[in-house]
Design a protein. Sequence first.
Length: 263
Amino acid sequence: MRVHVVSDVHGNAEALARAGEGADALIVLGDLIDFVDYHEHDKGILGTLFGAEKVAAFARLRREGTRAEAVAYSRSLWATLDDPAAAVEEAIRAQYTELFAAMKAPTYAIPGNVDSPHLWPEFAGHGVTLVDGEVVEIGGLRFGFTGGVVLPEGVPMARPGRVWRPYLRAPEEFDASVAKLTGIDVLCTHVPPAFPELTYDVVARKHELGSAALAGLIISERPRWSLFGHVHQPLSARLRVGGTECRNVGHFKVTQRPYVLRW
């Protein structure tokens, strides 16, 4: 068997259309949406709605300004739209139309934090199976899937007036989903298990969100592989934990190369 695995597609439908070539199956670990494109400012949802110049100004504030300045500028942009939430959903639907059509091989997909999973059933056509919270047999191995990320401590589930809500899950909900993944050979998630080498982003210079429940499952269940994304520039792309090979499959938007799993 040969399975290709990708994560953090962030709008790169052209590369996604090639990701399943030569594979028996394609696994997509989330973050299909390109919300803010920090390299090509005219792209992404913000680029579509506000144009490259304003996105460049926002990106500069994110790099060089304070969080308060970036938030204030973002709010000033949203205030120029009559119905910001409707505009964002329309842009998301346009991206999903292209991205789901690009999934050529038999595909198993879960959402990341930069996704709107409530819309996925509308776009997942023939050959695309939505497997968030499921255990699926592929080529004789049991694959367990959990999407999204754990809501950070102290962050409310929904902020008043928020234009768009990422797929952040309450800790008890996320942990309950993880607990169902028993007897698995391959653990497939968007977020990494909470091991420091895997959660630290060397460019952002901070630890991204990880999951202690996933780390515990790896220790107790000992799957052959733990596959994930979310951290774009990890301190370590791989870590051996007991008998489990933990592997960040890469920032697919940039690398345009799937991680290849063979057995």
